[in-house]
Structures are given as C-alpha cells and as structure tokens.
Design a binder for this molecule. Sequence first.
Ligand SMILES: NC(=O)C1=CN([C@@H]2O[C@H](COP(=O)(O)OP(=O)(O)OC[C@H]3O[C@@H](n4cnc5c(N)ncnc54)[C@H](OP(=O)(O)O)[C@@H]3O)[C@@H](O)[C@H]2O)C=CC1
Ligand SMILES: O=C(CO)COP(=O)(O)O
Ligand SMILES: [Zn+2]
Length: 352
Amino acid sequence: MFDKSTWIRLPRNVVVGHGVLDEAAAAVEELRLHGDPLVVTSPTPAEVAGDRVVAGFSDAGFDPRVVRIEEATFGAVEEVIEVAASDDVGYLVGVGGGKVIDVAKMAGEDVGKGFVSVPTAASHDGIVSGRASIPEGDTRHSVAAEPPLAVVADTEILADAPWELTTAGCADIISNFTAVRDWELAHRLKNVEYHEYAGALSRMTAEMLVENADSIRPELEESAWIVTKALVSSGVAMSIAGSSRPASGAEHLISHQLDRIAPEPALHGHQVGVASIMTEYLHSGPKGQWQDIRDALASIDAPTTAEELGIGDEVVIEALTTAHEIRDRYTILGDGMSEAAARDAASVTGVI
Ligand SMILES: NC(=O)C1=CN([C@@H]2O[C@H](COP(=O)(O)OP(=O)(O)OC[C@H]3O[C@@H](n4cnc5c(N)ncnc54)[C@H](OP(=O)(O)O)[C@@H]3O)[C@@H](O)[C@H]2O)C=CC1
Ligand SMILES: O=C(CO)COP(=O)(O)O
Ligand SMILES: [Zn+2]
C-alpha cells in the first residue's frame, strides 16, 4: 500500500518589487486575517521601513502595535509574545533583517498567529523560509516554524541596505551547491530521505544566481531583485523538503560553530560561503570545483578567506574539527575531521 503523505507549507502572497512596502497592508488585507497587526522591528529597520509600514497599516484603518527589539534572544521572543498574545493582535509583521524576522516568526508560532515577513536586508534565506533560528545557548541551527503568510520585499529598500548584507544573501545561496552535495551523500550513505525536486530547485537557484553574478552590483536595484528571487526559491526548496537540508549542509554546521566560538562572528551568509569552499574541496578534492565556488563568491564581493571574515585561523580549524557535533545531520564531515586534515583543507583552498 502507498502510505506516504506530506504537507508543503508555503507563503501565499510573495510581493517583490520597487516601492512595494506601501502595499504591505494590501498584501495582508487580501489574506482576510482578523485583528490588528503587531509590527516587530529593530532600530535601523524601523527607520528605513518600519515606521512607513506602521503608517501604511494605520492609513488602511488598522490599529497597529509596535515592539522594537535589539537582539535575537529568547528574552526578545518573550517580550514579543507578551504583546502578541493580546486578543486585539491578529498577526505579526516582522520588519527587519534576519534577527527581527526570526523573533517575530518564533513569537507568532508560540501564540498560534500568522506572521508576515517584510525584509529590509536580503541577507539569507531565513527571511522567506519556514525555519526560525534564535542563536542562544547551545542552539544555533534553525528549527521548523510556520512559514510567513506573506513576504513583502521592497527592492528599493533592499538595494539601499549595506552592500555586505546583499553579498551575504548571495553567499547563502551559493552554499546551496555543497548543501545539496551533502544531502545526496547522506542519502547514499545513511539512507536519509532525499527529495529530487527540492534538491534540483536548490541547485538550480544557486546556478542561476552565479549565471547572473555580473548583474549583482552595489546600489543596483536589479541585484536586490535577483537575490530576493533566489532567497524565495531557496525557501521554497526547504518547504518542499520539510527541512533545511536543501540549503544547509556541512558549510552551515561550520558557520554555526563559528557563531559559537568566534570572538566576533561574521554575517551568516559570509561564513557559510567561506565554509563551502572548504567542504567542496572535501567532496571533490584538490582539482575539484572548490575554485568555482571561491570565484563565484569573489565575483559578488563576498569574503573567501578567514582574514576577510575577520576570524582567526585557529578558530577556523577548531570549527572544522568540531562542527559535526552541532546537530545530528550527516555530511562530508562524517564523524569529524582530524586537525591535520582541517589544516590541509583550509590551507589548500587559501582560506587560512
Ligand atoms: N531562519 C533561518 O533559517 C536563519 C536565521 N538566521 C538568523 O538571522 C540572524 C542574522 O540575520 P542578518 O539579517 O544577517 O542580521 P541582522 O538582522 O542582525 O541585521 C544585520 C544588521 O543590519 C542592520 N540592517 C538591517 N536592515 C538594514 C537596512 N535596510 N539598512 C541598514 N541596516 C540594516 C541591522 O540593524 P539593527 O541592529 O537595527 O537590526 C543589523 O545591525 C541571526 O539571528 C541568525 O541566527 C540566519 C540564517 C538562517
Ligand atoms: O541558514 C539556513 C539555510 O540557508 C538554515 O539552516 P540551518 O537549519 O542549518 O540553520
Ligand atoms: Zn543559511
């Protein structure tokens, strides 16, 4: 008997384009939700977009509440939950970078209310995915959460954000190459369930971004458009898979470990990009495609070395040798790299 079943949870309205911030209220009204919005934002995103979103909801006849957070902590999630639990609040709207989006996503999940994602930075695929990550204590990687009901991504705002946030988003997508390789390996070696469609979509998303690398330039609105479309596509791949596997392999384990041990971690996307140069080397050897990954990252101004990440060589070695402990996810790191092998991989690829 055929007894498989699956739920694919996706955002319903994805609105991407110039000036669409002013359509946030309309994009939500169309969903026929009850109650008023709770807008969650943080200092800079509030200035560049949050205040405008609040005004837009007020003009549309809603009575928006606002909570400003500073950091992505469980304390911040609790603060949002306290307001979100009120009967007047019908849904949450996260206006900001990944930090704000994840806090709003987790708080919405807790109170059982929908969440709308209004990214001000195209910095990683968490802005559209059904995954949330609050980097506190020993937990670093994402956990399953409800995906946003709607995503409103204004390319004018995203193109105006610091360039490194956009290059981080690109690098998060480029890392899909090695994430899919790890997933295939885990399937062959450990019989981990593999979804052909999700794997193909994730890889194609990375290929298209690399093909368009010439059009990804600072202050060019088209760049924000290309990157946001790729982030949406990567988020959809994760939704199809019901896991972050299509976009998170050993390179993400290494980045999560860097977040734990580096005195000053770099942006998520930049770390996974540099890590994927090394994990591609582990997959395909010295003559393999690791140089293609490095060149793709360099072409969009993303870091390719530990130095460019602002992270010390020894921290990178420690992350490489301990990253397999982060979570139960089989990757090319297997049951851990020896220190000598880690030094080899990092130095052959020019990361250290
Ligand atoms: N859910 C998932 O699958 C994933 C979640 N994450 C999580 O996302 C978070 C990191 O997200 P990331 O976006 O990199 O970082 P942040 O949300 O911390 O944003 C980075 C910085 O950019 C500022 N900023 C945001 N938008 C703009 C803008 N338009 N103009 C100027 N400055 C801006 C922020 O200001 P301010 O400080 O005022 O907010 C902040 O200082 C982490 O908590 C990480 O764990 C990472 C990967 C995947
Ligand atoms: O960042 C992600 C995908 O790009 C999510 O991955 P994790 O599940 O490893 O946090
Ligand atoms: Zn990522």
